[in-house]
Design a protein. Sequence first.
Lengths: 332, 297
Amino acid sequence: MLNSEAKLIPDITKPEYIPTRDGYGKGVVKAGDKDERVVVLCADLTESTRSLWFKEKFPSRFIEMGVAEQNLALVASGMANYGKIPFISSYATFSPGRNNEQIRTNITINNVPVKIVGAHAGISVGPDGATHQALEDIALMRVQPRMVVVVPCDAVEAEKATFAAAFNNQPTYIRVGREKSPVFTTADTPFEIGKAIVLRDLPAGRQAANTCAIIGCGMLLHNALLAAEELMSEGIECMVINSHTVKPLDEKTIVEAAQKTGAVVSVEEHQIAGGLGSVVAECLSKNYPVPQEFIGIQDRFGESGKSEELIEVFGLGKESIKSATKKAISRK
Amino acid sequence: MSQYIDDKKVEELETKANEARELLIEMLTEAGSGHTAGPLGMADIFTALYFHVLNHDPKNPEMPERDRLILSNGHITPIRYVVMAMSGYFPIEELKTLRKFGTRLQGHPERERLPGVETTSGPLGSGLGQACGIAYAARIDAKKFRTYCLMSDGEHDSGALWESVMFAGKNKLSNLTGIIDRNNIQIDGMTEDVMPLENLRAKYEAFNWHVLEIDGNNIEAFVDATHEAAAIFEKPTVIIAHTIPGKGIKEIEFDYRWHGIVPGMQDVPGAPSKAEQSKKFLDELRTLGGRIKSEHQ
């Protein structure tokens, strides 16, 4: 059953659809309102990353970098070093893709609080095709010491994550998507970087047998909630956990879920190698090993197509999550 | 802003630069690895910066109004460490810890390890962009300090660096002074063989920079150039400092093979031992190449 403390929308089957990049756009304006140290740098993608909204409100604190993602990371590093709070925005394939070494040397080893916003992440980018569908960015960012990695599940959470990241004084990666996606959390849903949210819990007293914990990040969590709802009619009860912060992982919540259910399925719009599923597996294998199934991209690149079409073809849809859940339970 | 410089001051700085070279050779010999040619060639400029040009306070390295010195080519950091120690950032004795476990003097400099080091550096082509960020932020806040960025010539092979050159030109960052150690060598050979950089002046000018070319081992010329750079209001300035790699030790001068080795590291039969070679180099420095008979003269 849905966790009432998560304060989700009244009917999760009837969400509004807004892209998570819009949440970033709103959140960074809010952060800019609160603190004039906030600056935004963008690499020739101002409208589509939604950095435009900040530019319109604070023109003197917006810096156009041109198609120069390496310099984007470098100039932001200098500004953070001086005392500003820079957000850098581009598509995730370019930043943190192309400028990975600049981020490593000049942001994380340097230890300056630059906020990297990778837009158009995931297969749901759709028609642009493989070159523009970032499927490795979580892996790239989570292996860098000091880097915080946040993958918001919807536009409302993206706004909160952006605002929180502005003031955490750490290098931080925020991953957002292009396509409109279901908004199922509300302004009242709690959000704290590093604290996973139990969206759906087991009915009181229900333990072991036909139970599983679905642990995800990003917009696919909506599919996970729908899958959990439908599995109930087959006698399967699922927890659904929004692990929006991939790093540092909320190990306590993840381990408790594994203890309670005895099986997990990880769900993300990213390569299985190195993403949230890997993070969860690393955590559980040392704390409480249970069977785990992985929903994610299976070591291949994306291609052109409609967003919803690609989600199905690449095995990230509701039905795939249902089968993975049954498989994980069967392995107990 | 530093004062114009008189002959007495020039002489004083030249003496200090030579002391810095001696400390450098001792330090590199002790460390057993590192770079020799670049740091020797840049001893004059670093001495001029720390003892005359920069507004800084070794006892208050975080002073908000300090000039920022961004060292992009982090591998020449030994000479920066030497001059920092000489100006009072940390004890001279600590120079012996270079590259050893637990040291604040990392092989390539790290911002958080040693107060006064503004940025972590080593991977080339990245300093100028950070200097641009600092200069741009300073301009937003109407701060008066200057940002200096020291670069090697070889790192101009890097595309990322040119992104930064373009950015500074676009934004007319006149509070930024670039300094290029134009010593014509890099690891694989002479810069014009590895990847030709000329015409470097024309390239910078085409990116809307003011360009000055000087003898980088002439302290007076360097100080004058920093003054001219500060007086240019409509553009960033770059000082192309023609230096002699290995300056001060004849055997090392102009030889690209000394880019990434230290005394005692030559991989050839009959090469002198570390101790012998180091002593020879120190004698040469202490006698100013035989011009004086002893260091006390």
